[in-house]
Each structure stands twice: as C-alpha cells, then as structure tokens.
Design a protein around this ligand. Structure first.
Ligand code: AMP
Length: 280
C-alpha cells in the first residue's frame, strides 16, 4: 500500500520540507502545479497542500504523515502526534502591544481586543490564566490591526522581531515556541516508520559534522578529550609512525570552538565534512 505524506505547497515551510524529504532519500519530481507527486524508490505519494490544513488531513487519515508547524498543530486542535521536530521554521507566537500602551504583563491584557490568526491558542492561553480578552480573528496582516483600531493588541508569529518593530509594536509575552514537525495520527505502517527513521537521521546529521585530522601520537589523549565522538573517535595509523589520523563526529554548533583547541593540541590537516544521514 502507498503511504501518503502531506507536505506544505507554499509558504515558509514548503522549500525546506521538500529539501528534507529529498535528503532523507525520497526521489521525486515536484512541478509547481501538481497536487501530488509519486516517489520512485519508496511506496510513497506526496500530497502538496496548505500547511494549516495538514493537521486535519493527518488526523482524518487522508495522509499518514505530514510536515507542518507546532503552532498549526496547536491551532487545529486535532489529535496528531509529533514524531520528529525538524529544526527549521523556528518562530514564537508572541503577544505584543503598541509601544505607547503601558502593558507589561499577561494580566495587563485584561479587557483588550487581540487581533490574531491563532484564535484557539490565544483563547486557551489567556483563558488558562483567567484573563478575559476579546479575540479579533484575522487571516493575515495582523500587525496593522492596532493602527486601524480594529484591535488594541496582537498575537502573531515572530522570528527576528523586525516586523513587530517596523509596525511600532512591543512584544510582552511568548505564548508558544514553534518549529516544523513531522506528525502522524496513530499506528505507523512499516513504510511510514522507515520514512520517520530516515527523516530523524537527516535532522540528526544536520546537527553534526565529521571531523578528520592528523595528530601526533603523543597528542592523542588531549585530542580525545576535546572530541569524544559518538562512542570514541576512530584512530587510524599513518605511514609515518609518530602520526595517526583521527576521525570523529562533532556537534555542528560546537565546531567553531573545537577547531582552535584541536589545532593548539597539535592537530593538522583538519577537515570538516557535512554528514548526510546519521543513525546514532
Ligand atoms: P506560511 O504562512 O504558509 O508561510 O506558513 C506559516 C507557517 O510557517 C507558520 O504557521 C509557522 O509554522 C511557520 N513559520 C516559521 N517562521 C515564521 C515566521 N517568522 N512568521 C510566520 N510563520 C512562520
């Protein structure tokens, strides 16, 4: 049986989602207008739809897996389960007010009109805290609502915060941290489980670099302390007795501080290579 995967067809998550599935080993062609694409090497069909429709399509079984945002899952209120956080599409759902409005706490939103395209999350966040607010649902351009006097405040997605600033808004509280996720509803077929494993391998690999270097034998203990590897580094003898080659994986975020220490310890010919997939 063919496993269907729902993938965002446009917007911020679309291109990274396609790149991720390709790196996970799925071979497919994507044309701009096609709604579906067959995968040639795995019994999988991709279904290209709006990111916000994906939680529902996965919950009702139309697709067995889906790529969407944490915020969209929370907003849909559908019973879907996160299988893999994907590490892209990072943003925060933030409550913000015009710069001159003296609101500095969640309590301060009491009685205000809040424009948002995340009605469910906003109602449950303020509801849980016993703060009465009026939600003004908007599909987009939420940031202009206070200027148009459609609302007093907003709740919107923010990554750098520059859109808020340009619109004279000040963030007060974070309702939710979001990123793209691979979701399912219940019980994975063997094919879907394999896809999830491969996706997990890609996400792990992107956080990892493969570091290769030559090390004087005497410096080996110091180098091993700097790069412990997954279990232990590989140490390979070289033609010259006093040198060995050391191969190890290093967290991508740590490479910048590890390299100078390796060099100082005597390593040379250091190469940093990308990892395609990694199953720890
Ligand atoms: P789209 O509106 O189709 O571009 O997709 C919006 C989805 O992309 C959101 O629901 C989030 O899951 C995700 N996203 C990631 N970063 C941002 C951001 N800075 N602003 C809006 N959406 C973002």
């Amino acid at each position: 049986m063919t496993t269907r995967i729902a993938v965002p067809n446009k917007g911020r998550l679309a291109d990274p989602a396609v790149a991720l599935l390709r790196q996970a080993g799925l071979g497919f062609e994507k044309t701009d207008r096609a709604l579906t694409a067959p995968v040639r090497n795995v019994p999988v069909e991709l279904l290209f739809v709006r990111a916000e429709d994906i939680p529902e399509l996965v919950a009702d079984g139309t697709a067995e897996l889906g790529v969407t945002g944490v915020d969209l899952v929370a907003e849909a209120g559908q019973p879907v389960e996160t299988l893999v956080p994907l590490g892209f599409g990072r943003c925060r759902l933030v409550a913000a007010v015009p710069e001159d409005l003296p609101v500095d706490t969640v309590e301060g939103f009491r009685g205000l009109r809040i424009a948002t395209s995340h009605r469910r999350i906003v109602e449950s966040f303020f509801g849980d805290k016993g703060v009465d607010v009026t939600v003004v649902p908007l599909r987009g351009s939420v940031e202009v609502a206070p200027r148009l006097d459609v609302a007093d405040a907003i709740c919107d997605l923010v990554s750098t915060g520059s859109t808020l600033m340009v619109n004279g808004l000040r963030p007060v509280a974070t309702l939710l941290e979001s990123e793209a996720v691979l979701v399912t509803a219940d019980g994975l077929s063997p094919t879907a489980a394999s896809v999830a494993t491969m996706v997990r391998a890609v996400v792990a690999a992107r956080r990892t670099r493969y570091v290769v270097m030559n090390v004087p034998r005497a410096a080996l203990p110091t180098v091993e302390e700097i790069i412990p590897g997954v279990d232990a580094p590989s140490v390979i003898p070289l033609a010259h007795d006093d040198m060995v080659a050391v191969h190890s994986v290093v967290a991508a975020d740590e490479v910048w501080q590890v390299l100078p220490r390796l060099k100082a310890a005597g390593a040379s010919g250091i190469l940093v290579l990308p990892v395609e997939q990694m199953i720890p």
